[in-house]
Design a protein around this ligand. Structure first.
Ligand SMILES: NC(=O)c1ccc[n+]([C@@H]2O[C@H](COP(=O)([O-])OP(=O)(O)OC[C@H]3O[C@@H](n4cnc5c(N)ncnc54)[C@H](OP(=O)(O)O)[C@@H]3O)[C@@H](O)[C@H]2O)c1
Length: 251
């Protein structure tokens, strides 16, 4: 039986969909009935490939560094020729930690290219045919650092603040043309991105006691929220940055 959360027949492109939160989003999309295309640098893990085939869903992988805009344009031209992308999830992101005065400018540029420029470029590339069809959903991965400044992560905070604003800017242009643009702002999630935080017992304790839900988030906490924002159930939700943070921002 079809429900408002059903994505059968849709194709979702998920950047970084092979690992971390992205893998949780890929699994939730496959469960909801969508076929999935993943962009990433490392090959897909076998368990994800098996997950798709057990559900008779299509899972395609394209190797690309999304911080390289020429490579991103070239791979995306191939994808556009071979697939109709109904859902775009800009999930891939990167992180660099240095005190602000020592933060290398090349690192700043790299974080901005991966976390922000690629998001805008992919919204342009895949948003254009969505607008032409009058139908589509875009979900960007924002962060608590879309709202807060963080510590020793100035490039990341700047990029994620901009992702939130870009989400609203595109909403204003595209919501009346059938394309939903929203963002999810995860709280503290136990993924590779937070290896340094998870390995620092003092910082880990400081962060953990402040989470009202009493635990760090997992990829499964994000996947179904992204499915919701990509599904007919959220047809009247536009330009939101939805915190999925165990209550962190409420505190
Ligand atoms: N973890 C958190 O606590 C947290 C909190 C708030 C927001 N977020 C956001 O949520 C998203 C996912 O985070 P995560 O925790 O899952 O991170 P992660 O575990 O570090 O995974 C990052 C993913 O992005 C891909 N990626 C990174 N750089 C890439 C590049 N240049 N080109 C192509 N793919 C690239 C990686 O794939 P490859 O290595 O294969 O390229 C990987 O699949 C990010 O946007 C992050 O900023 C995370």
């Amino acid at each position: 039986m079809s429900t408002a959360f059903d994505l059968t027949g849709r194709t979702a492109l998920i950047t970084g969909g092979g690992r971390g939160l992205g893998a949780g989003i890929t699994r939730a999309m496959l469960d909801a009935g969508a076929d999935v295309i993943v962009y990433g640098r490392r090959d897909l893990p076998q368990d994800l490939v098996d997950y798709a085939s057990e559900r008779s869903r299509r899972l395609d992988f394209y190797s690309v560094d999304i911080g390289d805009s020429d490579a991103l344009a070239s791979v995306s031209a191939t994808v556009l020729a071979e697939h109709q992308v109904d859902i775009l999830v800009n999930n891939a992101g990167t992180q660099e930690r240095h005190p602000a005065v020592e933060f290398p400018l090349e690192s700043f540029d790299r974080v901005m290219d991966v976390n922000l420029r690629s998001v805008f470029q992919l919204c342009q590339i895949f948003g254009a045919p969505m607008l032409k069809r009058g139908h589509g959903s875009i979900v960007n991965l924002a962060s608590l650092l879309s709202f807060q400044g963080g510590l020793t992560v100035p490039a990341y905070a700047a990029s994620k603040g901009a992702v939130a604003q870009l989400t609203k800017a595109l909403c204003n242009e595209w919501s009346g043309k059938g394309v939903n643009v929203n963002a999810v702002a995860p709280g503290y999630m136990a993924t590779e991105m937070n290896t340094a935080l998870l390995a620092d017992p003092v910082r880990l304790e400081q962060l953990s006691v402040r989470i009202p839900a009493g635990r760090w988030g997992e990829p499964e906490d994000i996947g179904n929220v992204v499915v919701f924002l990509a599904s007919p159930a959220s047809a009247y939700i536009h330009g939101q940055v939805l915190a999925v943070d165990g209550g962190w921002l409420a505190r």
